[in-house]
Design a binder for this molecule. Structure first.
Ligand code: ADP
Ligand code: FBP
Length: 305
C-alpha cells in the first residue's frame, strides 16, 4: 500500500491576471482553488493514473475541510490528524508567462497532534511505501523527515522523499529510497553552483553512493531530468510545449516514477514516465491525466551517459 504524507498541505489559490502591476489594484481574469501540497498532489496524480494511495498529514479549519471534502469527493482515501488552526493558503499568481508564488505560513502542530500522526505511521505494514513530501511546518524540527525515514525503514517501509532546504539536508542522512530535488534544490543542498549536467551528475552520484539513496531524480523544468541509480546515469529531455501552469509538475514527476516503478521495477522506464507526467502537468491547467502523460512519452528522449 502507498501512503503519502503532507505535513504542510495547502489550498492553492491560482490567480490569473492580464499584466500584473505592483502597488496598484490588479483584477483577476480567472481564479480557482485546488487541494494542494506535495503529498496530496502525488495522491491525486496516482489516482488519475489508476493507482491507489492514502493521504496522511495534518489539516485544520475551513481550508483543511476544503481539502478533505475534495479528496472524499474524488474517492481518494485519507486519514489526516485535525489541527485547531487553518491549513495555509498558497497564492499562485500568473501573469503572462510569469509565475509568482507566495506560500503561506504553516499552522501550529501541537505535541498531541504529532503523536497522533506518529501512531498512524506505526500502524503501517512492512512492504508499504511512504511518500514524504513538501515543506515542514515551522513548529516541527528540521530533522523531522530524518526521524520519520529512520522509523519507517525500521518498520520495513521504503521512503520516497521530496523536500528542500534544511529538511532535505537532514533527511538524506537517513537514506530514503528515492529523492527528487530540482537542480536549484540540489545546488542548495551542497552549497555549490550547479551549471552543467556534469555538476548535477557528480552531486547526484554522491547522494546515490554516499547516502545510499537508490534512485536520485534531478528535475530541471523544461530541460527535463537526470537520473542516477544502480542501473546507471540517464539524461531525459522534456517534451517541448507551452507551459500553462507548472504548479504540481514536480509532484507529478514523483507520482509518475512511483506508478511505473510499481509496475515494472525498471528505473529507465520509470524516469521516462516521470518526465512525461511532469511535462503533461506543466502543459495543462491542473494536474495531468494518464492519457496526457502517455501522449508525451514518445517525446521524452533518454540517453544513457
Ligand atoms: N516548462 C516546462 N516544459 C516542459 N516540461 C516541464 C516544464 N516545467 C516542468 N516540466 C516537467 O516537470 C518536471 C518537474 O519540473 P520541475 O520544475 O523541475 O520540478 P519542481 O516543480 O519540483 O521544481 C520536469 O522534469 C519536466 O519533465
Ligand atoms: O510545501 P511547499 O514546499 O511549500 O510546497 C507546497 C506547494 O507545492 C505544490 O505541492 C506544488 O509543488 P511542485 O510544483 O513542486 O510540484 C503546491 O501544491 C503547493 O502549494
Amino acid at each position: 500500500m502507498i501512503y503519502t504524507v503532507t505535513l504542510n498541505p495547502a489550498v492553492d489559490y491560482v490567480v490569473q491576471v492580464e499584466n500584473f502591476e505592483q502597488d496598484t489594484i490588479n483584477r483577476s481574469k480567472s481564479d480557482y482553488k485546488e487541494a494542494g501540497g506535495k503529498g496530496i498532489n502525488v495522491s491525486r496524480v496516482l489516482d488519475r493514473f489508476g493507482g491507489t494511495s492514502t493521504a496522511l498529514g495534518f489539516v485544520g479549519g475551513f481550508t483543511g475541510k476544503f481539502i478533505t471534502d475534495y479528496l472524499t469527493e474524488v474517492n481518494i482515501p485519507h486519514n489526516f490528524v485535525s489541527l485547531e488552526e487553518d491549513t495555509r493558503i498558497n497564492v499562485k499568481l500568473k501573469s503572462g508567462s510569469e509565475e509568482t508564488e507566495v506560500n503561506g505560513k504553516s499552522p501550529l502542530i501541537s505535541e498531541q497532534a504529532y503523536n497522533q500522526f506518529i501512531e498512524k505511521l506505526q500502524g503501517l505494514s512492512q512492504g508499504d511505501m511512504v511518500v514524504l513530501a513538501g515543506s515542514l511546518p515551522s513548529s516541527l524540527p528540521q530533522n523531522t523527515y530524518q526521524t520519520l525515514t529512520t522509523m519507517l525503514n525500521k518498520q520495513g517501509i521504503s521512503v520516497i522523499l521530496d523536500t528542500s532546504g534544511a529538511a532535505l539536508k537532514e533527511a538524506i542522512k537517513a537514506g530514503p529510497a528515492f529523492i527528487k530535488p530540482n537542480n536549484h534544490e540540489l545546488a542548495d543542498l551542497f552549497g555549490e553552483e550547479v551549471n552543467t549536467d556534469e555538476d548535477i551528475i557528480m552531486l547526484a552520484k554522491r547522494l546515490h553512493q554516499e547516502n545510499k539513496i537508490d534512485h536520485v531524480l534531478v528535475s530541471m523544468a523544461k530541460e527535463g531530468a537526470i537520473y542516477v541509480g544502480a542501473s546507471g546515469v540517464f539524461k531525459l529531455s522534456a517534451p517541448v510545449g507551452k507551459a500553462i501552469n507548472s504548479v504540481g509538475a514536480g509532484d507529478s514527476a514523483v507520482a509518475g516514477f512511483i506508478y511505473k516503478w510499481q509496475e515494472t521495477k525498471n528505473a529507465e522506464e520509470s524516469a521516462k514516465y516521470a518526465v512525461a507526467s511532469g511535462s503533461a502537468t506543466a502543459f495543462s491547467k491542473t494536474l495531468c491525466t494518464k492519457e496526457e502523460a502517455e501522449n508525451l512519452l514518445k517525446e521524452v528522449e533518454i540517453t544513457k551517459l
